[in-house]
Design a protein around this ligand. Structure first.
Ligand code: K1U
Ligand code: ZN
Length: 165
């Protein structure tokens, strides 16, 4: 088990589109375990494989205060969405930056669990927002990229200064 290094925006590798997982193996399960540990240690409520420089469609999410409701989604696909939410978001790859993004309030997502078994999850509120945020990472999109070019440029400047310190 290991803590993984989280890529920091504007690292270009965050723009990589992840591949589907063809088969869940022990290696996939080890990745899931390391991602969960990394998320809890950060601390965060979600993590996508893209953020740890592994370009496979794998995400982990746990919005509980007790680290007791881990959702592992392999090859997640949203099959239904409804309503609108503009919840404040943060990102472990964009430290210290928070802001709103318009998302669906409720989603239905189909995925595989860590044993490769398909399941369907109905999610709403923060869980739905977090799953959508993590699924964006899998297609190379970071939440700040919903905002204006000027705001993104200010964020990049601020983060580069932060990294030098
Ligand atoms: O980097 C990530 O993708 C994880 C991100 C997920 C997220 C948070 C809020 C809205 C949408 C998606 C985070 O976990 S940022 C850290 C955070 O939100 C948090 C940290 C500790 C306790 C509670 C929340
Ligand atoms: Zn993120």
């Amino acid at each position: 088990m290991a803590l993984l290094k989280i890529l920091q925006y504007p690292d270009e590798r965050l723009h990589t589109v992840a591949d589907r997982v063809s088969e869940v193996t022990d290696e996939t399960r080890a990745l899931v375990q390391d991602m969960a540990e990394t998320m809890y240690a950060a601390p965060g409520i979600g993590l996508a494989a893209t953020q740890v420089d592994v370009h496979q469609r794998v995400i982990v999410v746990d919005i509980s205060n007790t680290h007791s409701q881990l959702h592992v989604l392999i090859n997640p696909e949203i099959t239904a969405r409804s309503g609108e939410s503009d919840c404040e978001e943060g990102c472990l790859s964009v430290p210290g930056i928070f802001g709103k993004v318009q998302r669906a309030e409720r989603i239905t997502v189909e995925a595989w669990d860590r044993d490769g078994r398909p399941f369907v999850l109905d999610a709403d509120g923060l869980l739905a927002v977090c799953i959508q945020h993590e699924m964006d990472h899998l297609v190379g999109k970071v939440f700040v990229e919903y905002w204006s070019q000027m705001k993104q440029s200010r964020i990049r400047t601020r983060l580069k200064k932060q990294m030098r310190r």
